[in-house]
Design a protein around this ligand. Structure first.
Ligand SMILES: [Zn+2]
Ligand SMILES: [Zn+2]
Length: 542
């Protein structure tokens, strides 16, 4: 079984799946693993017939704490204010900084096929008074909250500390205030100049009612309150939140001991590492989601995130590597296996579900999608570099019949992705220029065995029962001819690259030859096979 199906089989009754996020800046590709996992869990639950609600929260009462994300003149006034109250820095008409940045990730989610049943905004939730009961309970039981922080996280709050941040009536900051008294209806708070290092409070103090949006709970209590308010049963969390004594442990204890409700099932997930670096939003480094999305279409991106179990880290290094072509190949292998075709190598159990959950449309006809013809990404990347190639006609020929409308969509999407890949991440060896005439020097530098091999490969291509058109068939011919000639594969490939590219390396040889007219390939192989070697003792170039 797929990991999501295993999870769905372990629960019963109606389910509420939740996650939330602070709308504070650029969405990095690594931060999409959580939302994709959330969506797949919801699909798996629905697949088992469980009534399921998918919620996504926007924690927009959190204080602005990143100076770099503000325009210089806004830093002094806006640091420490709730994100929902900070003006949109982009000046493109959103009601607030929070609305602007939340829209960015809502759009990214939609592009990945993630459509929560409801987005909720904490600034709205506080205004409605829905949090008032939780605020009252937290204040009434402040001593127990302090004791939980001490016991679970080894954090010692002063005895006067109460678990609440008032929005300062004077300066509007929430990150700089501390509540020190609670009389059952009002709290006494101070807006301190030195409470935090990243924002300076105004010094105001006074008694105020904490209800109806005038204050917010600290994150651990707000999180536990969300679970109670919405009846959350499952909430995946990044591994950084799930460490011992970490954020999740604190909120679990607060849920049980303060709000008296069992916390939701946690599904801790590991990070996506790009080039060995941990990718997460809070660190603010690495590739922006929209940059990767230009090169990796949504279904392959979903596949990247869900193929490993959540507790396995994903290593992904697209820069100067074949990681993106390999991702497409692996997706295609899962599709082929789901369609009942034989595939090379082992394939993970639950592959049909993994493939289905990678699809954008939860109601897609999985069988039809799996059976659709998908041209190899690496092959397309080559075809696009060969002058005067009718890509559609070549792909039709490889399939053996005209593409369906859906298959044309897939082709168009892959052509766009392959072009973008060649312009951005592709390694030098993937960039090719086919030599219009035989590269004399490079071929002359080959040895007799290599030239005989090229001639033999020409014979094999001519003699094949059906002329080779696909990368796979060419690859088989290349390996078989090398085995018959007892030529090590490395030297066979070097001979091919010399004959077509005039250099010692190149992309996968089978797909390189498949991207060319087969008559041209045969002619070039014959020409190279018949060429003269460099006479012994005479300089053979480099
Ligand atoms: Zn905006
Ligand atoms: Zn203030």
């Amino acid at each position: 079984m797929d990991w999501a199906d295993e999870l769905a089989a372990s629960v019963s009754g109606p389910q509420v799946v939740n996650d939330s996020k602070t709308p504070s800046g650029t969405v990095h590709v690594g931060s999409l693993r959580g939302p994709v996992i959330l969506d797949v869990i919801a699909r798996a639950l629905r697949g088992r017939g469980l009534e399921t609600t998918l919620l996504y929260g926007i924690d927009d009462m959190d204080p602005m704490d990143a100076q770099a994300l503000l325009t210089p003149d806004a830093v002094a006034t806006e640091m420490g204010r709730p994100l929902a109250h900070v003006p949109d820095q982009a000046g493109d008409g959103h009601a607030s900084y929070a609305r602007h940045h939340a829209q960015v990730f809502i759009d990214v989610f939609a592009g990945l096929g993630i459509h929560p049943d409801r987005y909720y905004w904490m600034s709205d939730i506080y205004l409605t008074g829905a949090m008032d009961g939780f605020i009252r309970t937290a204040l009434d039981r402040a001593a127990t909250v302090r004791e939980i922080y001490r016991r679970v996280a080894n954090v010692q709050h002063p005895d006067a500390w109460h678990p609440l941040s008032v929005v300062c009536e004077s300066c509007g900051r929430v990150g700089t205030t501390i509540v020190t008294k609670w009389d059952g209806e009002r709290v006494f708070y101070e807006c301190r100049t030195d409470l935090v290092t990243w924002a300076q409070g105004c010094g105001h103090s006074g008694w105020v009612s904490p209800f109806g949006g005038r204050a917010k709970l600290p994150w651990n209590l707000e999180w536990a309150a969300q679970w109670s308010l919405f009846g959350v049963t499952i909430e995946p969390g990044g591994k950084d939140l799930s460490t011992a004594g970490g954020s999740r442990d604190r909120s679990d204890a607060i849920a049980r001991e303060i709000f008296e409700r069992e916390p939701p099932l946690n599904v801790p997930y590991e990070f996506l590492n790009i080039g060995g670096k941990k990718m997460s939003t809070s660190k603010g480094r690495g590739a922006a989601a929209h940059e990767i999305a230009d090169v990796v279409p949504p279904e392959q991106l979903r596949f990247l995130f869900i193929r490993p179990r959540p507790n396995h880290a994903i290593e992904f290094e697209p820069e100067g590597t074949d990681a993106i072509p390999r991702l497409f190949d692996e997706f295609d292998r899962f599709a082929a296996a789901t369609a009942g075709r034989e595939v090379r190598g082992e394939i993970a159990p639950g592959f049909e579900a993994t493939f289905a959950y990678a699809l954008l449309d939860p109601h897609a006809d999985v069988g039809a999608e799996a059976a659709a013809f998908r041209p190899s990404f690496a092959h397309l990347a080559l075809l696009l570099q060969i002058p005067n190639v009718d890509v559609m006609a070549r792909v039709d020929a490889e399939k053996g019949s005209p593409l369906s409308e859906r298959e044309r969509q897939i082709l168009d999407e892959r052509v766009r992705a392959a072009r973008a890949w060649l312009e951005t991440y592709a390694p030098d060896r993937a960039i090719v220029a086919i030599r219009e005439t035989l590269p004399q020097d490079a071929v002359a530098a080959l040895d007799d065995d290599q030239r005989r091999y090229l001639a033999a490969l020409a014979d094999a291509a001519v003699g094949a029962p059906t002329p080779p058109t696909s990368g796979e068939t060419w690859q088989d011919l290349i390996f078989n001819a090398a085995a018959e000639a007892r030529l090590p594969n490395g030297r066979a490939f070097a001979a091919l690259y010399a004959a077509f590219l005039g250099r010692p390396n190149g992309p996968r040889a089978g797909w390189l030859l498949a991207s060319l007219e087969s008559s041209f390939v045969v002619e070039r192989l014959q020409l190279a096979g018949a060429a003269n070697g460099t006479p012994a003792g005479v300089g053979g170039g480099a």
